[in-house]
Design a protein around this ligand. Structure first.
Ligand code: UD1
Length: 364
């Protein structure tokens, strides 16, 4: 039973969401709305992991998210130090707030720091986007998500595959299938920026005929030969390539003397969320190493090429909508493959995952 306030207006429960990086702001948007609908006292702590206006503020503004109640301003740094500074700062804030639940999102350093800070002071933790696995232990995100899942009291899983991983790790009892909250927001924003997209996306490629690209993972950016190979493969594509450049990509390219503006590539600043959704819909195809963008391409009906050896979002691979091309030499053939014709199923839920997540927290 959910306790009810004296006024009878809503559940007498306080939840603190801890976010810090770009994809978490996107997930927070529908969740904050769902908390408001349920009358939950919901506060937002921003770790400050992302701080550039284009990486942070723009997302709060465009997705109409209330300003964070607290911003820890932690900023960038080596992973261990960044996580440790957040852990210490979060302990103080969470001790002051002592909410009924701490809600953490996804798999960033902010996620792990918040989960650890909460369990150390005996606050219940709910993990949204639980159960994803790449089984690639080189990825910082893989450690973050495994450790967070095993520290959490309530695991809110986006897919059946994620539920399977949690079951195999002995976490079934605490796991709930709620769907993917990014799907909620992706469809809503697509309806706003390109009304009628649902009919158009059945017809084929978008009007732009360009390839939309993002590359930001350390495994792709941090070794000069590999980064140069990926950039050169993009530069040689037979269509214009709009490359939305994450700060790390720009920094590493500059450090290694790799010119991003070459051949087919047109580098642009990181896109805010509505601009990214519009760009996917306008594109002919997507090339990325981002988890969110793979899924957005799938949801919006654009073929995706993923520059990684594996993906957590395995459902996108069905029917050839997403293709893994880890070797730079494989990128061109993947991007120019015939457009998939098969239908796309709905493995990510019905667009109401955030309400289900909130209901699971209230019932938890
Ligand atoms: C983080 C997440 C990753 C997610 C990505 C989305 C971890 C381990 N990784 O990676 O899962 O896909 O966010 O973008 O948490 N920088 C800026 N301005 C900013 C933020 C970062 O210039 O606002 C630069 C800094 O040089 C920084 C680098 O980007 O060192 C990397 O930022 P960081 O937050 O460490 O990780 P991301 O690569 O963004």
């Amino acid at each position: 039973m959910v306790p009810v306030t004296a006024s009878g207006l809503g559940p007498n429960i306080r939840v603190v969401s801890v976010v810090g990086a770009r994809p978490q702001f996107v997930k927070l948007a529908p969740v904050a709305e769902a908390f408001a609908r349920a009358g939950v006292d919901h506060r937002i702590i921003h770790s400050g992991q992302h701080y550039d206006p284009a990486m942070s503020g723009a997302f709060f503004a465009d997705l109409a998210i209330a300003a964070p109640d607290v911003n820890l301003g932690v900023g960038s740094g080596p992973h261990g130090r960044q996580t440790g500074v957040m852990l210490a700062a979060l302990e103080d804030v969470l001790e002051r707030e002592r909410p009924d639940w701490v809600l953490v999102y996804g798999d960033t350093n902010t996620t792990l720091a918040a989960a650890l800070a909460a369990v150390k002071i005996h606050l219940p933790v709910a993990h949204l986007e639980a159960g994803l696995r790449s089984f690639n232990r080189r990825m910082p995100e893989e450690h973050n998500r495994v450790l967070t899942d095993h520290a959490s009291d309530l695991l809110l899983a986006p897919t059946e595959a994620a539920m399977g991983h949690l079951r195999r790790e002995g976490l079934a009892q605490a796991s709930r299938l709620v769907g993917d909250v990014m799907t909620d927001v992706c469809h809503r924003v697509a309806d706003a920026v390109r009304p009628g997209w649902r009919d158009q996306s059945a017809e084929g490629e978008g009007p732009g005929r360009f390839v939309l690209a993002t590359i930001h993972r350390p495994d792709n950016t941090d070794a000069p030969d590999r980064l140069d190979g990926i950039v050169q493969a993009l530069a040689e594509l037979p269509r214009p390539v709009r490359l939305a450049a994450h700060p790390r990509l720009r920094a590493k390219a500059a450090e290694f003397g790799i010119e991003l503006r070459r051949g087919a590539i047109e580098p642009v600043e990181p896109l805010n969320y509505p601009a990214m959704v519009a760009a996917v819909l306008d594109s002919a195809a997507v090339v990325t190493d981002s988890g969110g963008l793979q899924k957005e391409a799938y949801l919006l009906g654009r073929p995706c090429t993923t520059v990684r050896p594996e993906t957590e979002w395995v459902e996108t691979l069905a029917g050839g909508w997403n293709l893994l091309a880890d070797r730079p030499g494989d990128i061109a053939a993947a991007v120019t493959r015939p457009r998939p014709v098969g239908p796309r199923s709905q493995p990510y839920g019905d667009g109401h995952a955030a309400d289900k997540a909130v209901a699971a927290i209230l019932a938890g």
